[in-house]
Write a protein that binds this ligand. Structure first.
Ligand code: 6R9
Length: 688
């Protein structure tokens, strides 16, 4: 049952929201054309002839564009006075200053006012056919109760709460409850190990509290999340409390620090049907009035050095960008069911499972399972059952499913599908074609979306463009509104011609970009703004075709992408084993995962071990210190690694060896001892 929330009338869409882009944009000298049917913000806009012109304007007159869109799309309690105050050369990014709002109000209350019975979440639980639906009213109630619970336990505005949970309604409500009371959240992917969790908790001294579940369930297997938290707690003395929700019926050991999150549960045949958060809590929770630039969340991601970085996103700009991209890249329309199968522990889950869809009042799917559980038809069975209109997944899953054959797709009715999305890594042509031809019956546009944790939302994608505009398989294609990509050559000069490749940078700020690295603004500047002064450097390389379309060619740094998960090679190398003198990790092409992990290991002198035993041990250590997906597929033991005379490991050479591209080894003249390369090549051939 839905009960009134703490939303006051000042939060109801203000007159700003009803104004149109025309009131804010003053463009002259262009022909008149109606773009309103496509973008209501643009209703009545003078002088913009179609979507391409609107895009152009979003870059040339970006302040006016974003001001209009922000006023139209977000619900403000106080309007902003300054659209942007950014200086990329100093890594200074501020949007919509003076504005006050609450993100949870924007994601919940305003939809509850209009349609409380609309389904907000469909929880596609691991057990097939046991999905549960939550209306906007119910999600608001859950969020408010949780917000009160957190407040009662001392969480204040500006604090940070770590969420270590699988994708489930309580996790979403926890994120929104933080937003409601003005605390930041730090969601840690539930596949991360105790060490990785502890490292992410310790990095911020303001992290006080954790929310978790007793056990996770995925692919029919149970994972002991609470136990992992208990282990992590041994090295996190500042954590005051751990809230524990029950995903399964199995009790867990509770310590003085732990608090049970639910009180009332309704059960049927050993199945939890109703999770009620502390029924004693009030269902009214006054939303904190937040400044546009207050922190909304931290999210850790891998960089090229060993230590993961906590990227910081703030309130208004992030939410606006997630909402706008969700609506226009996927052609989302009111009433659609949006199915993004990402885990909430990644940025894709934040932006396209939670914030983007909820800000737009969508029905969003929370996928708890795996693409092949209980069989390879799982996604498409879900599409049929939940009547999903937009499906958004990762190429690694598509490549895996393709191998099982078309029959697993054809079995199910996919006629509700309108758009298919891809994210996280390059999608090869074979996978793209299969996705388009088999899954989408050749009638759904496939949008290959390029973006990053740092960008907050999709930056390059085939849509929005005219519905019949060309899409080239495997290409992310076109920049989104307000996005101004450039390619740089090795000298740091902008490449102006087409049919060229370079380092992908952004020449203009946009509201969704990260604001800093938690506790380390200098690292933020050094990583993203120092390599090409005045530009945001993405870390990726890209090709721009003759027609001006973009294709991402891969990372330019020591970050590899395993099944769409970013991992710094240095993070794996940092896992210390007493028998190992030194190691070097590189990525190699893997037919399903996109990239696999290949480790070269040099043992300390006098160590006498069975290589197979040590390999097993090293794999176990990487799983334990980081996560399973980071564990090497190949470990090659070597007497020495190829190094320059100044002692640097020549990774370029190692990468070529693992790709068996001996022709491409390049200039070896700077090597200290070229014979080392021959040894490495022989060792590699033996391993295959
Ligand atoms: C959203 C997300 C970001 C890195 C990024 C790039 C790679 C993401 C891609 C893609 C080719 C695409 N990447 N989407 N590469 N085509 N459509 O994945 O964020 O986890 O931060 O990873 O992933 O290398 O730099 P994140």
């Amino acid at each position: 049952m839905w009960l009134p929330c703490g939303c006051t009338s000042k939060y109801v869409a203000s007159s700003f929201a009803r104004r149109t882009l025309a009131s804010y944009l003053h463009v002259s000298g262009r022909s008149r054309c109606n773009v309103a049917a496509f973008m209501p913000e643009a209703a009545g806009l003078e002088g913009v002839s179609g979507r391409a012109a609107l895009r152009e304007l979003s870059v040339s007159n970006s302040e006016s564009f974003w001001a209009a869109v922000a006023r139209h799309r977000l619900c403000w309690s106080t309007p902003f006075h300054t659209v942007q105050d950014c200086d990329l050369s100093r890594g200074k990014i501020k949007w919509f200053e003076g504005g006050k709002l609450n993100v949870s109000v924007n994601c919940l209350d305003r939809h509850v006012h209009t349609c409380p019975e609309r389904v907000a979440l469909i929880w596609e639980r691991d057990e097939r056919g046991s999905e549960m639906k939550y209306t906007y009213g119910e999600l608001l109630e859950m969020t408010c109760r949780l917000g009160n619970l957190l407040r009662r336990h001392g969480v204040k505005r500006g604090d940070c709460v770590t969420i270590y949970m699988p994708t489930c309604p309580l996790a979403v409500a926890s994120m929104l409850a933080c937003a409601r009371i003005g605390a930041a959240h730090n969601v840690v992917f539930a596949g991360f190990s105790a060490d990785a969790l502890a490292e992410r908790i310790r990095d911020g001294e303001m992290l006080l509290l954790i929310i978790t579940v007793n056990q996770g369930v995925r692919g029919g297997k149970v994972t002991e999340l609470k136990k992992t938290v208990d282990t992590a707690m041994q090295s996190c003395p500042t954590v005051k409390q751990v809230f524990v929700a029950m995903r399964t019926d199995n009790p867990v050991t509770m310590t003085a620090r732990d608090i049970a999150m639910e009180e009332v549960r309704e059960q049927k045949a050993n199945q939890i049907l109703e999770i009620q958060i502390q029924a004693v809590e009030d269902v009214v929770c006054e939303p904190a009035v937040m400044n546009s630039e207050d922190v909304l969340f931290l999210l850790y991601t891998s960089g090229s050095t060993g230590k993961p970085k906590g990227l910081v996103h703030t309130q208004a700009g992030y939410l606006l960008y997630a909402a706008l991209t969700h609506r226009y890249v996927f052609s989302y329309h009111d009433g659609d069911v949006f199915g993004c199968v990402a885990d909430i522990g990644w940025i894709t889950g934040h932006s396209y499972v939670v914030y983007g869809p909820l800000a737009n009042g969508a029905t969003t799917v929370l996928f708890e399972s795996t693409p092949i559980y209980p069989d390879p038809g799982r996604y498409w069975d879900m599409v049929e059952r939940l009547k999903i209109n937009q499906f958004y997944g990762a190429p690694t899953a598509i490549r895996l499913l393709l191998k099982y054959g078309d029959q697993w797709v054809n079995k199910y009715d996919r006629s509700t599908l309108k758009t298919l999305g891809s994210v996280g890594e390059p999608i090869n042509t074979e996978a793209w074609e299969w996705y388009h031809r088999v899954v989408g019956d050749g009638r759904c546009p496939v949008v290959d979306t390029w973006w990053q944790t740092e960008t907050g939302g999709i930056c390059i994608a085939p849509r929005p463009s005219d519905p019949d505009a060309e899409i080239v398989p495997g290409m992310a294609m076109r920049p989104f509104f307000g996005i101004n990509p450039v390619l740089m050559d090795t000298e740091g000069e902008v490449l102006t011609s087409n049919n060229t490749s370079g380092a992908l940078c952004m020449a203009q700020p946009w509201p969704g970009m990260a604001r800093t690295i938690h506790n380390n603004h200098q690292r933020f500047i050094d990583t993203y703004f120092q390599p090409y002064p005045g530009y945001f450097f993405t870390g990726d390389g890209a090709y721009r075709s003759e027609e001006g379309y973009y294709q991402i060619t891969g990372r330019l740094d020591d970050v590899i992408n395993v099944s769409g998960h970013r991992i710094g090679t240095a993070e794996i190398e940092d896992v210390v084993c007493p028998a190992v003198a030194e190691s070097a990790v590189v990525g190699y092409t893997h037919s399903i995962k996109g990239q696999g992990v290949y480790a070269f290991v040099v043992l300390k002198k006098g160590i006498d071990v069975q290589e197979a035993d040590l390999s097993r041990q090293l794999n176990g250590m990487v799983s334990e210190k980081i996560a399973k997906y980071a564990s090497p597929d190949f470990i090659q033991f070597a007497k020495r690694l190829p190094k320059t005379r100044s002692g640097k490991i020549m990774r370029r050479v190692l990468r070529k060896v693992v790709e068996s591209d001996l022709e491409g080894l390049g200039d070896l003249s700077t090597l200290d001892d070229p014979a080392a390369v021959q040894e490495i090549i022989q060792g590699h051939e033996k391993l295959l």
